[in-house]
Structure formats: structure tokens, C-alpha cells
Design a protein around this ligand. Structure first.
Ligand code: GUN
Length: 301
């Protein structure tokens, strides 16, 4: 068997961001809204700070407005809800993202439900989750949307394909399964209680791994020629010869070295799904702005 095609999510995301920038410019030429994204960060979580900074930079690069709200770790729920209420009513804000995880003592579900569903660019509000489950248009969670774009790019029509989603989180696994169902795949959701997990995986022509367990999916779990989408971003100790003690690296949920010998196509970590998430956030912000203003999304140049 030859090695799998490596799916270049970084290059795909760069093309998508360039296209979005053109669409934002087109909107401005027609005197449409300048899309605005508000990102709310509560506390000092280092990974969240990095994500929020990257989101802000990408938003500005796409020609959109970025509004950052940093609140201290000690913020109580009522204060956070008041910030969201203000953003819901702010006409310059078309997308609201509250960075997760939130500090202990804040009910993330209540916070998500407080966001105006029309501005819910994460697609986490029950209204948007319900619309996705019903096959209706709405705002779709960014990471699964990015995975679907990559799958369509690699495979074209997904109709009738046997897909397995490993993981049932509300952020990735469940919406991913809904999107694949919407694309007419035959979908299985596998999780920690699934029996005969390896056999389930081996049947899949499309395998999406989103469990947060480094290297869990081994080469012999994969059907030869399958398309493998690795959503995992796990920081582990680097163990290559010559690595300094204490050094870390990012790995996915799939054992890449093994899987690349079996799969037909596979996303690497880093550089696969990761860059797609921010690009899809910008995509959702543009779509939210157009929907709120009742204008069509400009055609890509
Ligand atoms: N934290 C990790 N991933 C995400 C995401 O996609 N959205 C939000 N809001 N927080 C996150």
C-alpha cells in the first residue's frame, strides 16, 4: 500500500480566509455591514488566552471588527450574563463567542443559552443545535464544519458513505454526526461504552476521531483506503531521540505513523483540523452578519 494523502488543513484554511476577506470587502462595497465578532474570555487559562489572541488577529485580517472582552477569574455569572446582554443588543456585534472552559461556579449552559441564537457563531445554543438536528439551516459548530469542508474537498459527494464518529461531545462528536447525516452518510457514533469498537472503526470509510486521547486510534483500526479526520489536539511529552527533557509536542487522537500506512487520506496534527476552526468561525461571523441584516452572502470571487 502506498502512503495516505496528507490533507493540508492549513492551506485549505488559508484559502478559505482569503475568500472570506474578499467577501467582506464585497459587502463593504455594497454598503453592507462590517461583520463584527465579540470574544469573551473569563479568567487566565493560558491555552484560552492563546486561542482568543489568534481569533482576534484572524478576525481583523479578514477585514472584520474584533471586540475582546477580558473578565477576571472572579467574575460572577450575573456579571457575565450582563456582558452578553449588552453584546446581544449591540448592532456592531454579529457574532458572540464565549471562550470555554469557564471558571468553576459559572454555569456554561446558562451562559450559552443567554446568547442571541442569531449571533451564536459557535453554534452551541440549543436553538442552533436543534435546527442542525432537524436538518434546517443555522449556525453550525466551527470544528465539525471545518471537518465537513475537508471531507468534501477530498471525497466530493459523501452520499452513502459509511462514517464513524468517535466521541459524542456537544462541541464536536454530536454535531459532526448530524452534518454527516445531512450529507447522506450512514453514520455511527462510537463512544466509551461502545462494544467491539475496533470492528466498528474498521468498517468506516470515513473515520472522525474526537475523543481527546493521544494516539488512541491505531493503524489496524483503520479500513485500508479510509479517510481519517483527526480532531484531537493533545499535548504530550516529546519522546523522540534527542528531545530535551520537559519538551512537549502536539499529537492527535490517531497514531499518525501507523495510520498513514493504511488510510487513503489523513489530516495531520498540527496542520489538519486545527486551522479550520478559526476559518469557520470567520465564515459563521460573515453568515451571521448577512442574516441579521437580511442581505445575501456575497459570492466568492
Ligand atoms: N474552547 C475550545 N474550543 C472552543 C470552541 O470551539 N469554542 C469556544 N467558545 N470555546 C472553545
Amino acid at each position: 500500500m502506498s502512503q495516505a494523502r496528507i490533507i493540508d488543513g492549513k492551506a485549505f484554511a488559508e484559502r478559505l480566509r482569503a475568500r472570506l476577506k474578499g467577501q467582506v470587502e464585497d459587502l463593504a462595497r455594497r454598503h453592507g455591514p462590517v461583520p463584527g465578532l465579540a470574544v469573551v474570555l473569563v479568567g487566565e487559562d493560558p491555552a484560552s488566552q492563546v486561542y482568543v489572541r489568534s481569533k482576534g488577529r484572524a478576525t481583523v485580517e479578514a477585514g472584520m471588527r474584533s471586540f475582546e472582552h477580558r473578565l477576571p477569574e472572579s467574575t460572577d455569572q450575573a456579571t457575565l450574563l450582563a456582558v452578553i446582554d449588552r453584546l446581544n443588543r449591540d448592532p456592531e456585534v454579529h457574532g458572540i463567542l464565549v471562550q470555554l472552559p469557564l471558571p468553576r461556579g459559572i454555569d456554561a449552559g446558562a451562559v450559552i443559552e443567554a446568547i442571541d441564537p442569531a449571533k451564536d457563531v459557535d453554534g452551541f445554543h440549543p436553538y442552533n443545535a436543534g435546527r442542525l438536528a432537524l436538518g434546517l439551516p443555522g449556525l453550525v459548530p466551527c470544528t465539525p464544519l471545518g471537518c465537513l469542508m475537508l471531507l468534501r474537498d477530498v471525497l466530493g459527494d459523501l452520499s452513502g458513505r459509511r462514517a464513524l464518529v468517535l466521541g459524542r461531545s456537544t462541541i464536536v462528536g454530536r454535531p459532526m454526526a448530524q452534518l454527516l447525516l445531512g450529507a447522506d452518510c450512514t453514520v455511527t457514533i462510537a463512544h466509551s461504552r461502545t462494544r467491539d469498537l475496533v470492528e466498528e472503526c474498521r468498517r468506516a470509510e470515513i473515520l472522525v476521531a474526537a475523543v481527546g486521547r493521544p494516539g488512541m486510534v491505531r493503524g489496524d483500526w483503520i479500513r485500508p483506503g479510509a479517510t481519517v479526520i483527526d480532531v484531537g489536539i493533545n499535548r504530550v511529552a516529546a519522546k523522540e531521540p534527542g528531545d530535551e527533557p520537559g519538551k512537549t509536542r502536539l499529537v492527535g487522537d490517531v497514531d499518525f505513523a501507523e495510520a498513514v500506512e493504511v488510510a487513503g487520506a489523513i489530516t495531520p496534527v498540527p496542520g489538519g483540523v486545527g486551522p479550520m476552526t478559526i476559518a469557520c468561525l470567520l465564515h459563521n461571523t460573515l453568515h451571521a452578519a448577512c442574516a441579521i441584516h437580511g442581505v445575501p452572502v456575497p459570492e466568492a470571487a
